[in-house]
Every structure is written in structure tokens, then in C-alpha cells.
Design a protein around this ligand. Structure first.
Ligand code: UGA
Length: 444
């Protein structure tokens, strides 16, 4: 059992804290947001993530998980302190590290015993060392140089929508430290999570930080590559779903992250791709691949809009479009950088009215599309979204959209036109019900 403090109770901090607590550790989760902390004490979560609420409830009840706004209280007995604050993108695409640095400052100001400070948020190469400098400086200012500490980089690899599962059963754990004792301690902490010979990898801090960017940009590159091939298929022929299975059979390529679609979104891929480009730029290196990954994705987010424009023209006044899925991917209510932002806004700007359904993201969408409120109607049932629609647009591949009642849809829609941004349907189904069908790279 270890005593752990999480500084930052957002997505990563909350999942990490709850999972550590569930393994028997004593965890304090700290956040400056008083409302958030008050809610969390009552197991009211700021995000939707499968399995997380149950985990928080159980560990709160059993007293292993506690919430506070007082960082001093959080680190009082702790051996490990994780920095899990946000690193939102700045206007130039670089990661805003101000929350990381103020967390480091706050830790340095109140620690009075040996502490291992772990950067878990995704941070550019060199940030963990800057955290060390800031803490050292704070200790010096208050004449507490005798208080020892260490820093570690321990990037997280969890996916939204599967975060608890990913944390509990990681493919690998990356630990960046040059100190053997710290490495041993971190290994002990993660041992219960790592099964099936999945490794705990010890490396230097900079490699650990870079591993996270390299992994995310590599995954984003696979998606952009498939999206580019899909667009080419739409011009020269070929079906991207056949091509995916064809290349995935090569075990060097593998099966995952090869789905063409409406473009990748979320808080991670877009931000990390931009940060890598930026890091290269600042250091005089053009990151040609990362730049292309980003540009292809921007183009892809407009691909469905281009199709709609080709089919219905520039002016969509008086037309009604049903939308299925607003979140950037299924199993989340997160809309950050979601392709739906580009698609919905473009269609409204062309004069359309949108009737949208999403199983989780409606509340989020109401805030995000506040300025467009007069042009969007939200409905609580997927079939309501197609009533009187001139077309249906599927943007997020929630499971419940996979096998809709096509004959019911047929009776509700004004025109039987379906734009499928996630290649969800078989051509036979579509033909049987007489839909006009547009999809991504399947040359239909
Ligand atoms: C991503 C990584 O997958 C995690 O490993 C990483 O820890 C996380 O970022 C992070 O940096 O914190 P996440 O953003 O939650 O996780 O979501 P993904 O499941 O990776 O999906 C990202 C986007 O790619 C979604 O918009 C999804 O629809 C899209 N996607 C994914 C595709 O278009 N095609 C695919 O084949 C796979």
C-alpha cells in the first residue's frame, strides 16, 4: 500500500487516482475547483467514463479515495505525488504548461518530507526536468533545501471510453527516471496492474516523454494514411474496408487504428500532433510527417461536408439534416476537436437545420454550439432525429447506430439519403431499403 496524491482531478487524475485506490493504495485527489471537489465527495463525476462512477463510489465508501482543494493536506503523508493537470493547446499549437508549472510550484511550497513527483500529463520533452528546477527553486526560497525529492516521467496511455480498462490492464507502463531506487518503487506501484508479461519499461525521463508523443502521432498517422487512401479510392476505385483487411493481415502492420472515417478528434491526437510539429519547429526541424498527418485530418473533417455540398449544392436553406453522434468517438461525452464541430457548423452556415442525437454528449453539445442554438434541435431518441430529414449524417460510430430499423427510417425521412462518416453499413442493407448512400472510400 502506498500513499499517493493526485494534483489535478480531470480525466487522467480521476481515473488514475480511482484505479490506484482500488488496488489498495490511499489516495488524495486535489483540485483547485471547489465545485468539482464538493461534487466528487458525493461521487458526482465531471465526466462520463464507463466504470468510473462505480470505482469512485466504492473507494470513497471504503475510505481509500479522498478529495480536497488543499494540496498541503494531499501531500502531507504522501510518498508519491502525480501531476495530472491539463495541458491545453496554446494558439500556436504548443502545449500550455502553466498548470503544470503552478502545480510544481504549489508542491514545492508545501512539501516538508521526501516526495517523488511524477508527471503524468502529456508534456513536451524536458518538462519533467523543469518541474525538478521549479521545486528546487521553491525549496531554496523557503530555505528548505534539506527536503529531498525526485521527479519521474510516467506518461499515461489510456483511451477515453476505455480509460478504466486501459489503466487496469495496460499494454505497458513507461517510467522515466535515472534513479534506480525510484524505478524500483514505481515498479512496485504498477506491478499489480501489469499482467500477461506486459512490460514495465524503465528509461530516461526524456525518452519517456517522447514515447508518449511518438505513440500518439504514430496512431494518428495510421488514421490519416487510411483516410487519404480512402479519398483516393473514391476517385480511382477500390474499397477501403477490403484494403484494411488486406493490409491488416500482415502482422507487421496489425489490425488496429486503420479505420477511415470523418477524421480523428479528441483532446489528445490533435493536440499532440501539433505539439510535436511545434517542438520540431522550435528546434529547427521540420516535422514533415506530423505536419501531413495534421493537414490530412483537417481535410478529412470537411470530407462529409464536401459530399453533402456536391449532392445538395451550396444553399441548404429549408433543409433538415438528422445527425447521429456528436462526441469525438463512442463511449464518451467529450466533444473536443470532434469532427461534428466542423460538420454541424458548416451545414448551419450553409442554411441547414440540424436535428441531433448523441447517447451522451447532448449536454456538452448544447454548450459548444451555444451560438448556433436556433439552428439545432436535440432529441432524446435516434429515430426522432430522422423525422422529416432530407438526409441523415452518421458522424460517431456508437454501437446503437449499427443496426437501425431501416424500414422505420424510411417511413420517417423526407428523402432517403444517408451520409455515413464511419462506414457502418452493408451495401445489401442499403440497397434493400433503397437509400442513396454516401460513405468513406468504399466507392459506392
Ligand atoms: C488516444 C490514444 O489512443 C491513447 O493511447 C492515449 O493515451 C490518449 O490518446 C491520450 O493521449 O491521452 P483517445 O484520444 O481517448 O486516446 O481516443 P482514440 O480511441 O485513440 O481515438 C482518437 C480518435 O481517432 C477518435 O476521433 C476516433 O474516432 C479516431 N479513430 C480511431 C479513427 O478515425 N480511426 C481509427 O481506426 C481509430
Amino acid at each position: 500500500m502506498m500513499k499517493i496524491c493526485m494534483v489535478g482531478t480531470g480525466y487522467v487524475g480521476l481515473v488514475t487516482g480511482a484505479c490506484f485506490a482500488d488496488m489498495g493504495n490511499e489516495v488524495w485527489c486535489v483540485d483547485v475547483d471547489e465545485v468539482k471537489i464538493t461534487n466528487l465527495k458525493a461521487a458526482i463525476l465531471p465526466i462520463y467514463e464507463p466504470g468510473l462512477k462505480e470505482l469512485v463510489e466504492r473507494n470513497l465508501k471504503e475510505g481509500r479515495l479522498r478529495f480536497t482543494t488543499e494540496i498541503k493536506l494531499g501531500i502531507e503523508d504522501a510518498l508519491l505525488c502525480f501531476i495530472t493537470v491539463g495541458t491545453p493547446p496554446c494558439e500556436d499549437g504548443s502545449a500550455d504548461l502553466s498548470y503544470i508549472f503552478s502545480a510544481a510550484q504549489a508542491i514545492g511550497q508545501c512539501m516538508n518530507h521526501y516526495l517523488i513527483v511524477v508527471t503524468k500529463s502529456t508534456v513536451p520533452v524536458g518538462t519533467t526536468e523543469k518541474v525538478r528546477d521549479i521545486i528546487r527553486q521553491e525549496l531554496k526560497v523557503s530555505a528548505r533545501e534539506h527536503v529531498g525529492f525526485d521527479v519521474v516521467s510516467n506518461p499515461e496511455f489510456l483511451k477515453e471510453g476505455a480509460a478504466v480498462e486501459d489503466f487496469m490492464r495496460p499494454d505497458r507502463v513507461v517510467i522515466g527516471t535515472e534513479n534506480i531506487g525510484t524505478a524500483e518503487l514505481m515498479k512496485q506501484l504498477y506491478k499489480p496492474f501489469v499482467r500477461n508479461q506486459n512490460p514495465i519499461l524503465i528509461m530516461d525521463t526524456k525518452s519517456a516523454e517522447m514515447t508518449k508523443y511518438a505513440a500518439n502521432v504514430m496512431l494518428a498517422a495510421r488514421i490519416s494514411f487510411m483516410n487519404e487512401i480512402a479519398q483516393l479510392c473514391d476517385i480511382v476505385g477500390g474499397d477501403i474496408t477490403n484494403i484494411r483487411t488486406g493490409i491488416a493481415a500482415d502482422h507487421r502492420i496489425g489490425r488496429q487504428f486503420l479505420y477511415a472515417g470523418a477524421g480523428y478528434g479528441g483532446s489528445c491526437f490533435p493536440k499532440d500532433v501539433k505539439e510535436l510539429i511545434n517542438l520540431g519547429y522550435k528546434n529547427g526541424l521540420e516535422m514533415a510527417i506530423a505536419t501531413a498527418v495534421h493537414e490530412v485530418n483537417e481535410r478529412q473533417k470537411h470530407y462529409l461536408v464536401d459530399m453533402i455540398r456536391k449532392r445538395f449544392g451550396e444553399k441548404l436553406d429549408g433543409m433538415r439534416f438528422g445527425v447521429w453522434g456528436l462526441a469525438f468517438k463512442p463511449q464518451t461525452d467529450d466533444m473536443r476537436e470532434a469532427p461534428s464541430l466542423v460538420i454541424v457548423q458548416s451545414l448551419i452556415n450553409m442554411g441547414a437545420k440540424i436535428v441531433a442525437f448523441d447517447p451522451q454528449a447532448i449536454k456538452e453539445a448544447q454548450q459548444v454550439f451555444e451560438d448556433y442554438a436556433d439552428h439545432i434541435q436535440y432529441v432524446g431518441d435516434m429515430m426522432e432525429a430522422v423525422n422529416d430529414a432530407d438526409a441523415l449524417i452518421l458522424i460517431t460510430d456508437w454501437r446503437q447506430f449499427r443496426q437501425p430499423d431501416f424500414s422505420d427510417m424510411k417511413s420517417r425521412m423526407r428523402q432517403l439519403v444517408l451520409f455515413d462518416g464511419r462506414n457502418q453499413y452493408d451495401f445489401e442493407q442499403i440497397e434493400k431499403y433503397g437509400f442513396e448512400y454516401y460513405c468513406i472510400g468504399r466507392n459506392y
